[in-house]
Structures are given as C-alpha cells and as structure tokens.
Design a protein around this ligand. Structure first.
Ligand SMILES: Cc1ncc(C[n+]2csc(CCOP(=O)(O)OP(=O)(O)O)c2C)c(N)n1
Ligand SMILES: [Mg+2]
Length: 573
C-alpha cells in the first residue's frame, strides 16, 4: 500500500507522479517537450508521448534547451526542456541561462537523484544538488517532493517564467516523485490551470504623458525596437505607433520584420547616422546594453539626447544612462496607452531630419547593391547573401535562423525581413550553437519552412542535430558558410606545429553529414549553385544541408565586433 493511503483508497482509482506531471502540462496547454531521455525520465517521456504530448528527442540537451527557449519566444508560453540528472541537467543549464538573459520563457525540467543520498553526499548515481546549482542562473527554481504538489509546482514555474519580464525557470523532479501514488480524484483536484499567467501591466498615465511630451519636443526622433517588442505580439499597435510618430525606426536584430525592413521609415541602413544625430530616442522592448554601446560614447555622437524607455522591468530604467521618460508596463499596454495619448493629430517630425535619414539609407543601399549581385566562385559573403536575400524576399513567411560571426553580422545587414518574429539568432550573448535547436523549434512550433544560415564554426556546436532534423522530417534547409574556420580560414600558427587556433580542415564537405541520415546534401561553389539548391530545398521541404564554399580570406576578425577584443597596453607603445 502506498504511503499515506487508507484501506478504502486501495479500491479507488489511483494516479502517480508520472501521470500528474503529464496532466498538469496538458491542462496548461504545454503540449511539446524538447529533451534527451535517460534515468529517471525515460518512461516519463514515453508516457507523455503516448498521452499526446509531442516529445522531441535531441542528441544533446543544450540543443533541446535552445529549442525550448526559442519556442518560448515564439509562443509566449514557456518552452519545456526535459533532461536527466547531473550531466544532462548541466547540459541544459546553458540554455536556461541563455533564456533568462534573453527574457525568453522556458522551464527546464530535470529528473534528480535521491535527496537523502545527495544531501549526505554519499555518491548517488548522477549525484548533484541541482536546485542549488540552477538558482543563480535562472529567474526562479523549484523542487517538488510530493505528488500532491505537482500541480502547484508547475503553476509556480509557469507564472515565474512568463509574468513580468519572462525568463528561465528550473523545476527539479526527484526520481522518487514519478512513482508516488495517490488517489486519482485527489490528484485531479490538485492540478492547477493557471489563469492569466502574464497579467497586463498598465503604465501610469503620468508616465505616458511625460513620454509623449518628450517625444513631441524632438527635432530628430528615433524609435528603437528590441526583441521584447517582437515578443509582445502587439504587432499592429507597434506599427501604428511608429507610423503615427513619423519617426525613423531602427530594429534590433530579432526585431527585424516587426515592420518590414523595406518600410519608408526604416533606418536599418542608416544606423550610425540615426544613433549619432537623433535628439530623442524611444526604446521599445530594447535594452541599452552592449548591443547599443550602453547608450553612450562615440556611437551616440555629441548631440545631447533624451531617452524614453518602454520596458516591463522597472529596474531596467537608468541601467546605463539617465532615462528622461520611463514607461513601465507590458509592451502591448504601453504602446496602446501611448497611441491613445497621441490622439488624431500628431505632428510629423521635421522633414529635414526624415529626409536626411532617407537620403543616407538610399546611399548605403545603392552602395551595397552591386556587391550583392556578384557571381564569384569561391563565393564571398555578399554574393552568397545576395542570393539568400532574394529567397527570403520571395518567401516572407519562412523563418531565418542565423549564427556565426561574419555570417551573422553580414546576413543581419543584408537579408531584409518582412514579418514579425521571422529572424531568430544568437541573441544577447552572441552565443554560438543555438542554430539547430532554434531551427527545429521554429519548424515544430510554426510549421513554416526554415532557412538556417550558419557559420561553419557555429554549426559545429550543434551539428549532430541534423540527424534530429532528418528523423522528424522537418522542413529545414541548413546553409553552412564554409570559410574553413572561425572568422577566416587563412590563419597560420606562428610556431608552425599544430594548425592555427581559428582554422578547420580545409575543404570540408559538411553536405556529406546529412546524407548519412537520408537528408539532401549539396556542395555549392557559386551563388548560382546556392540559389538552385536553397530554392529546391525550400520548395520541397526536405531536410537539406548546403555546404556553401566561401573564400577563406573574405571575412574579418570577429565580424563586426572586432573592437571588443582586448588590446595589450604594451603593444600600443
Ligand atoms: C558558445 C560560444 N563559444 C565561443 C564563441 C566565440 N565565437 C564567436 S563567433 C565564433 C565562430 C565564428 O565563426 P563562424 O561561425 O565560422 O563564422 P564566420 O565569421 O567564419 O563566418 C566563435 C567561436 C561564442 N560566441 N559562443
Ligand atoms: Mg567560418
């Protein structure tokens, strides 16, 4: 007889920890799990699959975690990653920290070993105090010890992940919990359907008024859209606000497409001009972190600036520079209140400013155009990206995944996006290895075709998941920009012994990897080859890997952020 049961319970229907976790997930609409099986969660995965949850098994937990993180970003529901104890948990933890840093809702559920043994450090199978390890790396961490608490435990995890500023949550489920038995009725009653998991947070009317006064005073306004704005799914209101303001807008990387990059107000191709010369900057779901040079210094020019900052997290205000008009609330509510306050007759910004920005943009676009049309073999980045740019233009619903250094920075600038949340990349950390997990989750969550444009180094962090892509027959085309290495393939070891630290085997054929799993592999040496291969893949939806041969000398050190490499004071003497 199970612990805590009376004799009469024996004749009643029973449930257990396995089923209560499954029922709690389903009750809250969490129908997809990304993970890797093993003790103590193998049977749980099987049962979840049998119960109608989609359980996607990966080859490494880090990639499953990145998939869960981006699933959270795309759906506004926590993405679920499931791992085994200690090493599996640690493999998933990088992704959980990444989700927290990027404000993506995610729950890492890990099985753990026997508490009694772990706490006495007696050397259990995969022993680790996982809860303690996870805590500093995520938004919240919980452990459930009793089957009757599974409902509450999951509810707490869901709320913590999606409410306020979203982030990663760790949920520790000890092995013993899964087997615990309780009365089925009581179990059912213990489950919690989370109502209004991310309640609206309405900005104060005085804050909205202040922000509009600052915006109205601008002679050279600029709006910066961050991925927080894309996450909010307030696409129409954001578009209305930008258009009503008449201000140039600059999308951060993953906010590209919130309004089309071809929109007349888009200042993406005049970035340095608008950052330097603007006098009022309205940040919508964008942080003044390193990606915006902390809001100060050379990038931002001499002209004094006032910042209006719209964000759900009050502590974000004044994080780097003084904020003249903080507007704290969820992006949807804030933008709606601002639109309301603007009324029907908002004055357009001075034509001198909008004209100057438009002129700069056109000059830069014209300068770039011929470079994108070259048909060099081996390819340079511009020739290859010119082709992919057209492919996305013709397929605005496709999702673009992008990572690398040059492969990332140049693709971000060259490939225009037309719809919200279609560009998924390395995010706040500039982390390598998110590509395959992001591509898999994008295909699974949206059902749309995915184009993953990967540096050869970036791909190496997650490349084994091409088997996962083939196994689930996902409509993903991976294009590897193969320049024989990190940044460039031309480095030479001064000592002349081992290869240089940034180079790989020359002339590698990544296309052969996917053939091992029944996918389509293509070696493309010219933009024409590349175009044919990617178009065919996007049309067929067949798992495809294109090895795009890029001139090893074409890239630059660290792509666009070479300035962040430390320099020795000695060297400068
Ligand atoms: C997890 C992680 N490890 C290491 C790095 C450092 N890093 C930045 S870019 C990069 C690879 C760049 O090479 P590649 O992906 O081939 O792009 P390329 O510039 O050659 O086009 C590396 C290793 C990182 N950003 N993240
Ligand atoms: Mg490379």
């Amino acid at each position: 007889m199970a612990e805590g049961m009376t004799k009469t319970d024996e004749t009643q229907e029973l449930t257990d920890g396995f089923h209560l976790v499954i029922d709690a997930l389903k009750l809250n609409g969490l129908n997809t799990i990304y993970g890797v099986p093993g003790i103590p969660i193998t049977d749980f995965g099987r049962m979840a699959q049998a119960a109608g949850i989609r359980v996607l098994s990966f080859r490494h937990e880090q990639n499953a975690g990145y998939a869960a993180a981006i699933a959270g970003y795309l759906t506004k529901k926590p993405g679920i990653c499931l791992t085994v104890s200690a090493p599996g948990f640690l493999n998933g933890l990088t992704a959980l920290a990444h989700a927290t840093t990027n404000c993506f809702p995610m729950i890492l559920i890990s099985g753990s070993s026997e508490r009694e043994v772990v706490d006495l450090q007696q050397g259990d199978y995969e022993e680790m105090d996982q809860l303690a390890v996870a805590k500093p790396l995520c938004k919240a961490a919980f452990r459930v010890l009793h089957a009757a608490d599974i409902g509450i435990g999951l509810a707490r995890a869901i709320r913590a992940s999606v409410s306020g500023r979203p982030g990663g949550v760790y949920l520790d489920l000890p092995a013993k919990l899964f087997g615990q038995v309780m009365n089925a009725d009581a179990g059912k009653k213990s489950l919690v359907k989370v109502i209004d998991a991310a309640p609206a947070q309405i900005p104060a009317p005085s804050a909205v008024k202040r922000a509009l006064e600052v915006l109205k005073s601008a002679k050279r306004p600029l709006i910066i859209l961050g991925k927080g704005a894309a996450y909010a799914q307030a696409d129409d209101a954001i578009r209305d606000l930008v258009e009503k303001s008449g201000a140039p807008f600059l999308p951060m990387s993953m906010a590209k497409g919130l309004l089309p990059d071809t929109h007349p107000q888009c200042a993406g191709a005049a970035r340095s001009t608008v950052l330097k010369d603007s006098d009022v900057v309205m940040l919508i779901g964008a942080r003044l972190n390193w990606l915006l040079s902390h809001g100060k210094g050379k990038t931002w020019g001499e002209a004094p600036k006032k910042f209006i900052h719209i964000d759900i997290e009050p502590r974000e205000m004044d994080s780097n520079v003084e904020i003249a008009a903080p507007v704290v609330g969820d992006i949807g509510s804030c933008v709606a209140s601002l639109l309301d306050g603007m009324g029907g007759h908002w004055p357009a910004p001075p034509a001198e400013w909008t004209g100057a920005v438009a002129k700069k943009r056109e000059e830069n676009v014209a300068k770039m155009a011929p470079r994108l049309m070259n048909n060099n073999a081996p390819m340079d980045y511009h020739g290859a990206l010119g082709v992919l740019r057209t492919i996305i233009k013709e397929r605005p619903d496709a999702i673009l995944v992008n990572e690398g250094a040059n492969t990332l920075d140049l693709a971000r600038g060259i490939i225009d996006m037309y719809k919200p949340r279609k560009r998924l990349d390395v995010g706040t950390w500039g982390v390598m290895g998110v590509g395959m997990g992001s591509a898999i989750a994008a295909a699974v969550e949206t059902g749309k075709p995915v184009l993953a444009v990967e540096g050869d180094s970036a791909f190496g962090f997650c490349g084994m998941e091409v088997e996962t892509i083939c196994r689930y027959k996902l409509p993903i085309c991976v294009v590897i920009f193969n320049n024989d290495g990190i940044y460039r393939g031309t480095d030479v070891n001064a000592a002349g012994s081992d290869p240089a630290t940034t180079v790989f085997v020359k002339g590698s054929r990544y296309d052969k990897m996917i053939e091992a799993f029944g996918g389509v592999g293509i070696n493309a040496t010219s933009p024409d080859d590349l175009k044919r291969a990617v178009n065919a893949a996007m049309d067929s939806g067949k798992p495809t890997l294109v090895n795009a041969v890029i001139d090893p000398a074409a890239g630059s050190e660290s792509g666009r952020i070479g300035n962040l490499n430390p320099q020795s004071a000695l060297k400068k003497k």
